[in-house]
Each structure stands twice: as C-alpha cells, then as structure tokens.
Design a protein around this ligand. Structure first.
Ligand code: NAI
Length: 724
C-alpha cells in the first residue's frame, strides 16, 4: 500500500497505492508520516501516488468508503501531516480528487503535473468533503472559488488550479523530482504560514451576501438534494468559526448527509449508470460477446425537433453527418436550426470553425437526395411518428444503403419489428430513442427487435457512448420502458384534474418531489398534439372511434377526453401559447395558470356529474408515482428491462426524475414494496376502472417473498435475465 522509501535522502518519499481497502492507505500514511517525523535522517517528505495518479478517484468504491467510516481517521492523518515539523510536499500526478485532494491540502506544498486534475466531487454523491476540505480550501483560495468547487464538485486542470492558488507549481514532466527538489529547498524553513488550519479565511466586505446568494442558488438548483446546501453551510462555518469548531461543524453536516439516504441513492445511480453499459437481452445476447462496428458516417432523416438535435450531437462528437429532409423548404428550416445550435457551441468545436453553415461538407452535408445515404455506416430516421411513413422509409433505405449499414429509428413508441419487416435486413434494424432536446438530454433508449443482432445492439450502444450519451438497452413493446411507464403517470395526472385538482396543484406536488417539470408543464413543453395524434392512431379518439362510445370509457377502462378536448380547441401547449397553462405568446416558456382552463374544468365536471373534491399532496404523489412504479414492475416481469437499475437510469437521464431519490425502482425499494402494494390496492379498489392501478403480479410476488433487496428482485422475475 505504501512504500517508505528514502530514495533521495534526506527527502523521504511516501508513495501510496489506493486500493479498495482505503483504511489500509490511511493507516499506512499515518505510519509513514510518524516514522518520518521521528527519523533524524529525514528532513522533508514527499507524498505521491503510484502509476502516475495521486488518487484513484475514479473508483467510487474506494471513494465512498473513504467518505464514510474512514473520514475521521483520514482527517486525523491530514492533521498529522499538517502538524509535521518537516515540510511535506504533495506531488500530484493524474488526479487528486476527494479525500486525496484533502490529503494534499494538509501538505505544506503542492506540485502538480500539467495534465493533473483536482476537485472535490463529494457533493455529486450526496456528501461533502468531510476530512477538513471545506475548512482548508476556503482558507487557501477564498470563499467564492471554494464555494464554486465544493458545491459543484467540478474538477479543474492543473493550470486552473495554479491560478486559483490550490497548487504552488506546475511541471510538464518529472513531477516527483520537482517535488523532491522543492522539499529540499524549503527544508528548515518555518512552516506555520503553510499550515492552512492556522490561516484566516480572506475577509470580503460582501461576505454575508456571497454566502446567502450561494445558498439561494444551490437551493434553487438542487430540487431537494441536500448536499449542495450542506456544502455551503460548511464553507460558511469556515468563515464564522475557528478551525477546530469549523471541523466539528463539517463532521456534523457530513453525518447528517450520511444518514439522509441521499448519498446512498446517488451512489446507487453512479453504479447503475455503469451497469447499464453491461447490457444483456432476454435471449442471452450480451456486451461481453458482441463488438461494436466502427461508425464514421451517419445519416439523419428528418430535421424536425429531434433530428436537428441528433445531428448537432453527432457533429459535436466529430462524426461525419448527412442530414436529409423531404423538401427544400423543410431542409432550409432544418439546416438553419442545426446551424444555430452548432453556433452556440462553436467555441468548443474548433474543427467546424466559427461558421457551421460553411463547414467542410465532408463533416456536415444537407440533402434531399436519398442516394447520398448509400455509403452511410448508420442511418437514424426521425420523421413523423407514422408507421406507414416509417415503413416506406425503411424499405427505401434497405434498397439504397450499403449492406453493412445499420438502420435506426427514433420512434418513441412504435413496433420495431414491424418497421424492420419493411427491410431485407431486420437484424440490422434497431430503435435509438433520443430525448428532447436531443443535443442536451443524455439518454438514448436502445430498443432491440426480435431479429436485431447483438452486433447491431453493440454498435448502437457504442454510438451513444461516442456522442457522450448514456445508452440503455431495452426490449420492444409499445412505449418501450420510459414512455410505457410515463403513460399511467400522465393518465393519473389528468384523472386528478377530473376529480378536482388544478394543473398547478399536480405540478407543484411533483416538482416538490424533485421532478424538473410536473406532468402538465412537461406536456405543454412537449406539445399536446403529439399524444393526440397517437391516440387518434390507436382509435381512442377521432374518426376511428366507434360511434356511441361513452366519453369517459374505452371498453371497461376509464378514459379522460380532457387532453383531446384541449387539442380540439387548438391548445397544443407552449407552441400555441395555450395548453394546460397559458403563455404570453406562442413559444414563450413561462407557464401561467389560465382562468379559461379552470372554468372549462368546472363545466366539464358539471357535464359529467363529477363532484370536485379536495385532493391532498400525498394522494397526488402516490397515485402518479406508484402507478408509474407499478408499470416498472410489470416491465421487469415481461423482460422488457433487464433490471431495475436500467429503469432508474432511464428515468434519471430521460425524464428528470430527481437523482437524489435514485430512480423510481430504487425509490420503491426505499419506501418498501409492502407499502406500495397496499396503496395500489387501496386506490385500485376505489377506482376499479383503472386497470393500470391494479398491482402487478411481480410486485405482489416480491412482497410475498418478504420484500427482498433490489439486487435480488430479478432472480424472482418471470422472465429471468442477469448481467452476470
Ligand atoms: P417533427 O414533426 O418535429 O419532425 C419530423 C421531420 O421529419 C419534419 O421536419 C419533416 O419534414 C420530416 N419528414 C417527414 N417525412 C419525411 C420524409 N419522407 N423524408 C425526410 N424527412 C421527412 O417530429 P419530431 O418531434 O422530431 O419526431 C420525430 C420522431 O422522433 C418521431 O418518431 C417521434 O415520435 C420521435 N420522438 C419525438 C420526441 C419529441 O419530443 N418530439 C421525443 C422522442 C422521440
């Protein structure tokens, strides 16, 4: 773990390797420092890591354990380092993240390699730097810069760290030699001015305002996540309290976060996201045996809302792209939209130059000519959600594209097998379901059909990774995973309006829970016409609806015509300036409650003899969230998602589910499955005409089996698959 090597007497080098057992590193560091302290031959100490990295910060297993039980002992070793009468120099190569940066802050000097990164990412895992980091960093670099680093968890490169004052010297090479040189140079010099615990935080005339503004900012962004707020409180303590009391406060806040459950949820998400890369399908294909084909040239068909964002993501990742539209007008509109999205990011993409519209045609080409798609390695179709149109396009692609090219559809719900049936290569057809706005949202659902080959899945996953997205492999069913679970959630939201709520009440409850947007604000943003078209396609409304169908029933299922009635009134959401809310003008974003809608709801209830009642927040949350979770259990049992982690990753990166609650399935496990089941039973008894409220057989089975931990759920699923 640690070599105590007097390679360059009188400087002793403490070279440590971070292993999974972090406490062993902490113990070894302690012994090393103590030994150096009492050894009269030692005049100075250099601490460095092995294999070119100061800390193995990338390994969260080590990271989280250092956060938890070992923090107090790490803190005392850092104190020991700082108290040492011999100068201690940190030689930072690779990364110094989290606890490792805190060790470096305990050293008297810090030398870093030019390519080294430093940062305190604890906040992103629901914690704060709990080994003195929140007290030492503000003393070193001042409160505003420390707040920025500690509350965001961002990493900075050595040059930036030098500017901020975190490190003293940057080296292009031989960092350890430079640290040894520095240690020799400063040996014998007084150290008090280098001990951060003895320094005062630099006072600023507007310190109170800085702290309170920081608090307001993080509270607004955090949507219920505690760690950024606790980070601000800890930094505040560094300003207001002497060092030792500040440390006590830091420990207290750290323990509060540890016991909040949010750290556990955020760490779960971290691992779930990694696990999603290790995909399997119910037929046994897996990431282990399938390798991705290289993709150099991608074609995108349709430059509407989705296509333009997809093109932007591809160009940003330096891929060669051909973008195709149906007519000149649409092509021009689409090209302008792509150009403007790219312009906003031009500074980050030197290869396309300052004028994306004039960039190398080998990189981005707009066309109406299908034959240009011939040599594309992969095609992504993003035309209207219309099965006949999609089949026509896939038929054409199958004839035109070279034999090896992969054909992807961005459909949000349609049957991948039916689309694939229009081609002569169904094994190369796959769903790549991006989320809006596609140049921003991280998620891509990768939907394999019955014939999709493992290589095609691996290639789609590889493409997602190349363009900085998170791919999650799922099976083929209407709505796949994300939209299938969204359907009962959105349905409940509308039923709640029928029963007495206003859109704002429902949205507020769910935004209070931590969603980016409540269901009605989300629907207004996405466009109400999208769902309307889909319902017309399914014959739930519109000309295909059988005459005489009762307004609020489809078969024996409860149905709400409210969303259809809004569309019939031309209310499509933000785009028309009216939807579940009203907007200042079409396209405006601020949602204001609309008295017209409230009166409309009153008239609607009267017409259907519904007596409005007061519905509390608990019922709103339970009905919307538990029905969504219930569908998740059904999806697991059907084998559409291979495990609960995949569902959670989809919800966090595609639907704005609050990360600190760990995704819907993790959240269900924290609530306890028996409670979810009992509530679903209660609501489904009250609403026997809502089949989606009836508890899934898989949920019932898990409760019967004694509420096993989430990790064990899949061993009890009807459709077993495992990532092992
Ligand atoms: P959109 O209506 O904004 O754009 C579709 C584009 O396809 C239009 O520009 C149209 O001119 C073009 N197009 C139509 N027929 C064509 C043809 N034969 N050849 C070339 N281009 C043609 O639609 P949007 O919203 O971009 O949706 C596209 C697909 O993505 C749909 O399948 C939709 O379900 C799916 N999707 C949409 C999301 C959204 O939030 N809008 C989210 C995720 C998926």
């Amino acid at each position: 773990v640690l070599n105590y090597a007097s390679v360059h007497p009188p400087v002793h080098l403490l070279r440590y390797t971070v292993v999974q057992d972090i406490s062993a590193v902490v113990r070894a560091l302690e012994q090393g420092v103590k030994k150096a302290d009492v050894d009269p031959a030692v005049k100075a100490v250099v601490i460095c890591g092995t294999n070119g990295t100061f800390s193995a910060g990338a390994d969260i297993r080590g990271f989280s354990s250092i956060q938890a039980g070992d923090r107090p002992s790490l803190a005392s070793v850092i104190d020991l380092i700082e108290r040492s009468e011999k100068p201690v120099v940190a030689a930072i190569e690779g990364m110094a993240l989290g606890g490792a940066l805190e060790v470096a802050l305990g050293c008297h000097y810090r030398v870093a390699h030019a390519q080294a990164w430093v940062g305190l990412p604890e906040v992103t895992l629901g914690l704060l730097p709990g080994a003195g980091g929140t007290q030492r960093l503000p003393r070193l670099i001042g409160v505003p810069a420390a707040l920025d680093l500690i509350t965001t968890g961002k990493h900075v490169l050595a040059a930036e760290a030098l500017k901020l004052g975190i490190i003293d010297e940057i080296m292009e090479e031989n960092t350890i030699d430079a640290a040894i040189h520095l240690a020799n140079k400063v040996s014998g010099q007084p150290l008090n001015s280098r001990r951060l615990s003895l320094k005062q935080v630099q006072s600023l005339p507007n310190m109170d305002a800085i702290l309170s503004e920081a608090l307001v900012k993080v509270k607004k962004q955090a949507r219920g996540c505690l760690s950024p707020e606790m980070c601000v409180q800890a930094v505040k303590a560094s300003v207001q309290l002497p060092f030792t009391e500040g440390i006590r406060k830091e420990r207290e806040l750290f323990n509060l976060l540890l016991s909040s459950g949010q750290a556990k949820a955020l760490q779960y998400v971290f691992f779930a996201q990694r696990a999603a890369q290790k995909w399997t399908t119910s037929s046994g294909a897996s990431w282990k045996t399938a390798s991705a084909q290289p993709i150099r040239k991608v074609a995108v068909i349709g430059l509407g809302t989705m296509g333009r964002g997809i093109v932007t993501s591809l160009v940003k990742a330096k891929m060669s792209v051909v973008a195709l539209e149906q007519d000149q007008k649409q092509l021009e509109v689409g090209a302008r939209a792509v150009t403007s999205l790219l312009e906003r990011e031009a500074s980050k993409m030197p290869w396309i130059g300052q004028r994306p519209d004039a960039c190398d045609p080998a990189l981005l080409q707009f066309t109406l000519d299908f034959s240009v798609l011939q040599d594309a390695d992969l095609v992504i179709e993003a035309v209207f959600e219309d099965m006949a149109l999609k089949k026509e396009i896939f038929h054409k692609l199958s004839a035109i594209c070279k034999p090896g090219s992969f054909l992807c559809t961005n459909t949000s719900a349609l049957d991948i097998d039916e689309i694939a049936s229009a081609t002569s290569r169904p094994h190369q057809v796959i769903g790549t379901h991006f989320f809006s706005p596609a140049h921003v949202m991280k998620l891509v659902e990768i939907i394999h059909g019955r014939h999709t080959s493992p290589i095609t899945i691996a290639t789609a996953m590889g493409l997602a990774k190349t363009i900085g997205k998170i791919g999650v492999v799922v099976g083929n069913c209407f709505g796949f995973v994300g939209n299938r679970m969204m359907a009962p959630y959105a349905e409940q939201a509308v039923f709640l309006l029928e029963e007495g709520c206003k859109p704002k009440e429902v949205d507020q409850a769910l935004e209070g829970f931590g969603f980016n947007l409540g269901p009605f604000r989300m629907l207004d943003l996405a466009g109400l016409d999208v769902g309307w078209r889909s319902r017309k396609g399914q014959g739930l409304t519109g000309p295909k609806l059988a005459p005489g169908t009762p307004a609020r029933l489809r078969g024996r299922r409860r149905y709400s015509p409210l969303p259809d009635l809004l569309c019939e009134n031309g209310r499509y959401g933000q785009k028309t300036g009216r939807g579940w809310y009203q907007y200042e003008k079409p396209g405006a974003r601020i949602a204001n409650p609309d008295p017209w809608l409230h009166n409309f709801l009153i008239r609607y209830r009267d017409a259907h003899h519904i007596k409005a009642r007061f519905i509390d927040e608990e019922e709103i949350l339970e009905r919307c969230l538990y029905t969504l979770i219930n569908e998740g259990f059904q999806i697991l049992d059907d084998g559409i998602a291979s495990d609960p982690e995949d569902i959670d990753v989809i919800y966090i990166y595609g639907y704005g589910w609050p990360k600190h609650r760990g995704g819907p399935m993790f959240y269900a496990s924290t609530i306890g499955l028996p409670r979810i089941l009992a509530k679903l039973q209660k609501y489904s008894e009250a609403h026997p005409d809502i089949p989606r409220m009836q508890p899934s057989a898989f949920l019932k089975k898990l409760v019967f089996l004694g509420n096993p931990p989430l990790k064990e759920w899949m061993s009890h699923a009807g459709h077993q698959s495992s990532k092992l």
